[in-house]
Ligand binder design. Structure first.
Ligand SMILES: Cc1cc2nc3c(=O)[nH]c(=O)nc-3n(C[C@H](O)[C@H](O)[C@H](O)COP(=O)(O)OP(=O)(O)OC[C@H]3O[C@@H](n4cnc5c(N)ncnc54)[C@H](O)[C@@H]3O)c2cc1C
Length: 410
């Protein structure tokens, strides 16, 4: 038992799901916390849909009762009951070849989740972290605008290109690793009411799959269905592939759109209608998929740590990044609470958090990469019907021994 530390201030860098969930959990425990975000408040952040499943209990634990009661709000369609799991298709033939299953599985919009988690927490906008200093009295965050803030713990929740990670490990060791995969991910597509209804006809939320001829993974998902008029619904279109063309080859937005539409002309419905009717003026973002697995770092007496994608960036093929991010958030809140209660020193509490998070994050970075190789058919494995997303599932979507269900891809 150490003496209680009644007044620690936690600095969180990054207002993504992990940083905001930490802020919610600390607020619930009456522990001062400020989130610093590089973007302006009114900027509509880039959106995409995410499967939230085994992470739900961790997220709920960080939330006050009034937000727990509204947990359905960030869903892409708050009214859908998920009685039918998302379908996996052969996008060349249109055959339904399986489904994705997981505990508590729902699909949330990143933008809606962020707006939901911001409620009631102290966020300072347009504060881009430049550097961190650790001294006797605590930790100082130095921002690009020259301002400084002092706290007892600083958490880097600043995503896959984390500046805090660079401070902890140096720029070289913090650099994300290239993978062979490139993605285009466009979440702003709108259609006529008739088309919009048609796009939700195979599955009301998300349908995903692989095109053997075009050698690409694709999914089509509703991302915001709040408008009573289907012409106001927003959809997400995603495609990824291994090898060329690279982001550099498709720098020109016209070439990029042309590349996607050319592939989509060979997609089955409703994927074809979805891509071919994306407005010609739209500029679909393109990204090289990168990854970074946690490793040794000196947390400087427990003053500095990482959470979410900053701690473990994974390719999105297994839908695990958000789920791990909210577990990190919940565990960091527990760690800080134990310090405040005098049950642990800051050093011991953060060491304990990292001892659990690092192997979990490393394993999932590796499994997500393996899953990307499987779903992109770089590894040829026979297809099973169910792809299980639970925490104890394998890269092939099979529940580990003793698990409840799932035939996986074996
Ligand atoms: C296409 C796609 C699909 C995905 N699907 C799923 C899924 O189905 N299920 C799932 O679990 N996960 C999924 N993920 C992963 C998920 O989106 C991430 O794991 C999750 O968003 C990580 O949250 P985060 O808060 O750690 O980081 P982020 O969401 O990246 O937030 C980081 C924040 O930090 C800010 N920031 C960065 N640098 C600084 C700085 N220097 N100073 C201040 N602020 C800074 C950024 O502006 C940003 O707001 C998907 C990802 C993609 C790209």
């Amino acid at each position: 038992m150490t003496s209680p530390n009644p007044n620690p201030r936690v600095l969180v860098i990054g207002a993504g799901p992990s940083g905001l969930a930490i802020a919610q959990g600390l607020k619930k425990a009456s522990i001062p916390c400020t989130v610093f975000e590089r973007q302006p408040q009114n900027l509509e952040s880039r959106d995409w849909g995410m499967l939230l499943h085994w992470g739900t209990p961790y997220l709920l634990k960080t939330l006050p009762p009034e937000l727990q009661a509204r947990i359905h709000e960030p869903r892409v369609d708050p009214h859908y009951d998920y009685s039918e799991p998302p379908k996996r298709m052969n996008i060349q033939t249109g055959e339904v070849v399986g489904r994705s299953v997981g505990e508590n599985l729902v699909r949330v919009s990143r933008r809606k989740l962020r707006n939901f988690l911001i409620e009631g927490v102290d966020v300072r906008w347009e504060k881009r972290l430049a550097d961190v200093r650790v001294g006797e009295g605590g930790v100082t965050a130095v921002f690009e605008d020259g301002s400084e803030e002092v706290g007892q713990l600083l958490v880097g929740s600043d995503g896959g290109r984390s500046r805090v990670r660079e401070v902890l490990l140096g720029v070289e060791a913090a650099r994300s690793e290239e993978t062979p995969f490139t993605m285009m991910n466009f979440s702003e597509a709108k259609y006529t009411a008739e088309q919009a209804r048609f796009l939700r006809s195979v599955h009301p939320i998300v349908q995903l799959g692989y095109h053997p001829g075009e050698k690409c993974v694709a999914f089509l998902a509703a991302i915001d269905t709040a408008d009573p008029d289907p012409a106001g619904w927003r959809f997400q279109n995603f495609i990824s592939w291994a090898g060329p063309p690279s982001t550099k080859d498709l720098e020109d937005p016209m070439a990029r759109a042309h590349f996607w539409k050319e592939k989509a002309a060979n997609f089955c419905e409703p994927f074809r209608t979805a891509v071919l009717n994306i407005d010609d003026s739209a500029v679909p973002p393109i990204d090289a998929l990168k990854q970074w697995a946690p490793r040794y770092w000196d947390n400087l007496g427990g003053r500095l740590t990482l959470a979410g994608d900053a701690a473990h960036s994974m390719v999105p093929n297994r839908g695990q990044g958000l789920n791990n991010a909210v577990q990190d958030a919940s565990c960091i809140v527990d760690a800080v609470v134990s310090v405040v209660k005098g049950e642990s020193t800051l050093k011991d509490a953060i060491d304990t958090y990292e001892a659990e998070m690092k192997p979990r994050g490393k394993k999932e970075v590796e499994m997500s990469y393996e899953a990307a190789r499987i779903t992109s058919r770089l590894i040829d494995v026979p297809m099973g019907y169910e792809y299980n997303l639970d925490k104890d599932s394998t890269a092939r979507g099979v529940k580990a021994a003793g698990g409840k269900s799932g035939t996986g891809w074996d």
